[in-house]
Design a binder for this molecule. Structure first.
Ligand code: PLP
Length: 444
């Protein structure tokens, strides 16, 4: 039989279980209950094979910023496939979609971030960054300046390089990670780790861990610090206001490159084009993916400052991917950026839907199980706790309460994710105020 939308759900699920290995999934457990089959999407809504309409509070995987069902993106893909479905940019050739997208990103990115190295995903882009920052110093006669400092509970991708940069214990446990030359410091997660300190004092303390690590290693051995402006997969952890200015000061003082991983925070999510703008950072490199194409095509990249690009441009940089600057992905990304710009979705998040969500979300803080309700633009987190005043955790294993809450939401046709006992959202940027109300009501 041909496998189409019209097969009964149970048959699709059985075939899925028999042949399809899902990422980050316990396959045998999933096979028992069957994966939910998603057929189509429109705006913020998904339809499954049983005809349920599901409110997608996660924009897919934090990526469908422009919302589902954008006909102009389908048109852009089809037109580019007809014109030139593929060509590489390795051997002294280029093509118009890659040129146009790179130029557009140089215009949108803040400061002197003017040069783009394309990849197929966020993980690949971070692998690029590992090699890039090490080469940046080696090319200037500093071959020992190699160590990259990252943070515990960071997420920078799933390749060996990306997972090594990341600070997820479960990923390090599988595969003998991390690769050498990566050091982790603490995250600015006040609720979980701040103890008796005020959030502001804790933010400074966590930034100073970076400075201590630099002192420990010696400044002439540290190439870069990488971080998400707001941790996403770690549980939407909005840092105390004191944190980022101190980190920026430390990077400047010790001549350490700052890599802002904007894979989630880029393209409007925090109410500006980039999370670096929201947090007041001046990164030397930005990692981008996800919202770059609103997930309509797989594409990522690294945006480099003039200073970094000048040094890297002075050597032959032995790195790249078959799909670096893929013409169809680039054409779709460009059309997507036009939508974000024409509809001023970053500005709408900053002025309208972000503040609206912040107010509605804060209303959940009176729920007996909610210890903290935080947002930044259109990212949000609810910390579940059995005892708010004590900032207590549920009994081990961590995440049992979060998983139950997530399953309850999903059964009520709301996609919300859980990271341990933290419930998180990142809806499409096209979400309306009525839909925000619906999301918050279902979450409650
Ligand atoms: N960096 C961050 C901050 C991410 O959130 C992700 C994915 O969630 C990645 C990198 C990896 O991107 P990809 O899954 O496209 O490889």
């Amino acid at each position: 039989t041909r496998i189409t939308n019209h097969l009964p759900t149970a048959e699709l699920q059985a075939l899925d279980a028999a042949h399809h290995m899902h990422p980050f999934t316990h396959a045998a457990g999933l096979a028992q209950k069957g994966a939910r089959v998603i057929l189509r999407g429109e705006g913020c809504w998904l339809t499954d094979s049983e005809g349920h309409r599901i409110l997608d509070g996660m924009a897919g995987l934090w990526c469908v910023n422009a919302g589902y069902g954008r006909e102009e993106l389908a048109q852009a893909a089809a037109a580019q496939m007809r014109e030139l479905p593929f060509y590489n940019t390795f051997f002294q050739t280029t093509h118009v979609p890659a040129i146009a997208l790179a130029a557009k990103l140089a215009e949108l990115a803040p400061g002197n971030l003017n040069h783009v190295f394309f990849a197929g995903s966020g993980s690949e882009a971070n692998d690029t960054n590992i090699r890039l920052v090490r080469q940046f110093w080696a090319a200037q006669g500093k071959p020992d300046k190699q160590v990259i400092i990252s943070r515990r509970n960071a997420y920078h991708g799933s390749t060996m390089g990306g997972a090594s940069l990341g600070g997820m214990a479960a990923m390090h446990a599988q595969g003998g990670l991390p690769i050498p030359g990566i050091v982790h410091v603490g995250q600015p997660h006040w609720w979980a780790e701040g103890g008796e300190m005020t959030p502001e004092a804790f933010g400074i303390a966590r930034a100073r861990e970076l400075e201590a690590a630099i002192a420990d290693l010696g400044e002439d051995r540290v190439a870069a610090f990488i971080a998400e402006p707001v941790q996403g997969a770690g549980g939407v952890i909005v840092p105390p206001a004191s944190y980022w200015p101190e980190v920026q000061r430390i990077c400047d003082a010790h001549d350490i490159l700052l890599i802002a991983d904007e894979v989630i925070t880029g393209f409007g999510r925090t109410g500006n084009w980039f999370g670096s703008q929201t947090m007041g950072l001046r990164p030397d490199i930005m990692t981008i993916a996800k919202g770059l194409s609103s997930g309509y095509q797989p594409i990522g990249g690294s945006i480099l400052s003039d200073r970094v690009a000048e040094v890297i441009g002075g050597i032959e940089f032995n790195h790249g991917y078959t799909y670096s600057g893929h013409p169809v992905a680039a054409a779709v990304a460009l059309a997507n950026l036009r939508i974000l710009e024409d509809e001023d979705l970053p500005g709408r998040v900053g002025r309208i839907t972000g503040p609206y969500l912040a107010r509605a979300w804060a209303g959940l803080a009176d729920h007996p199980l909610v210890g903290a309700a935080e947002t930044c633009g259109l990212m949000g987190a609810l910390q579940l706790t059995p005892d708010k005043a004590a900032r207590a955790r549920f009994a081990a294993p961590e995440g049992t309460a979060g998983l139950r809450a997530r399953e309850r939401c999903f059964a009520n046709d709301l996609v919300m994710r859980h990271v341990g006992d933290r419930m998180i959202i990142a809806p499409p940027l096209v979400i309306s105020e009525d839909e925000v109300d619906m999301l918050v009501a279902r979450a409650r």
